[in-house]
Design a protein. Structure first.
Length: 208
């Protein structure tokens, strides 16, 4: 990036901060947090190292912000927002499951779930990461539980279904499906696994 463009970019602090976060996310998703080098983030943004340290005093602070601002936002857009206004919440969950492969492309199969990757890597090592990751999972589970409760209120979901436990099971199943497909590098496996989960949920629909 030309020096003049770098200076212009650095004069817009919000844009600069976002650029750093997005670059860091891409590196973390591919190499993990421990494999992320700040020099690589600087190179990807075309900014100066001083600009990075102006916004994030160290690597840990940058990693925390990636979870709070990039991954949390991504999970909300992928899994929560489609359910917020769904007329049929149960169908909304099923449609999200069967459509996520097309929305994400090869990233889920090649690189895995960014949230689960970090959970496996950093939760045992760093309490700050663990609590942030747990917060994102808890928000996801709460949104699913609310959607399932709405489905029960509409008479679509069997009344005996435990919505809290079912929401947790759905998340665990999604994480497992993505993990299996990442290990096998098989996008078809991801589609089949999520389709099976969707079919299981369909069988919990209350007969009309």
């Amino acid at each position: 990036m030309p020096e003049a463009a770098v200076r212009k970019h650095e004069r817009n602090p919000d844009r600069t901060r976002r650029a750093i976060l997005e670059a860091a996310f891409r590196v973390i998703h591919r190499h993990g947090f421990q494999g992320m080098r700040l020099d690589e983030v600087v190179e990807a943004t075309g900014l100066t190292k001083g600009a990075l340290y102006h916004h994030f005093p160290n690597k840990q602070a940058l990693g925390y912000a990636v979870v709070d601002e990039i991954i949390a936002e991504m999970m909300h857009e992928l899994w929560t927002r489609p359910l917020e206004d769904a007329e049929d919440p149960l169908q909304g969950i099923i449609d999200t499951l069967t459509g996520i492969d097309e929305r994400m492309g090869d990233d889920l199969t090649v690189l895995g779930c960014p949230l689960n990757n970090l959970a496996q890597e950093m939760s045992p090592l760093d309490e700050g990461f663990r609590t942030r990751i747990d917060r994102v999972y808890s928000q996801w589970q709460a949104s699913l539980e609310q959607a399932l409760e709405r489905a029960q209120a509409r008479g679509d979901l069997r009344s005996e279904a435990d919505t809290r436990r079912l929401a947790g099971f759905i998340i665990a199943s999604i994480s497992g499906c993505i993990g299996l497909s990442k290990t096998a590098q098989d996008r078809g496996l991801l589609r089949d696994c999520l389709r099976t989960l969707a079919e299981m949920l369909e069988r919990l629909r209350r007969p009309s």
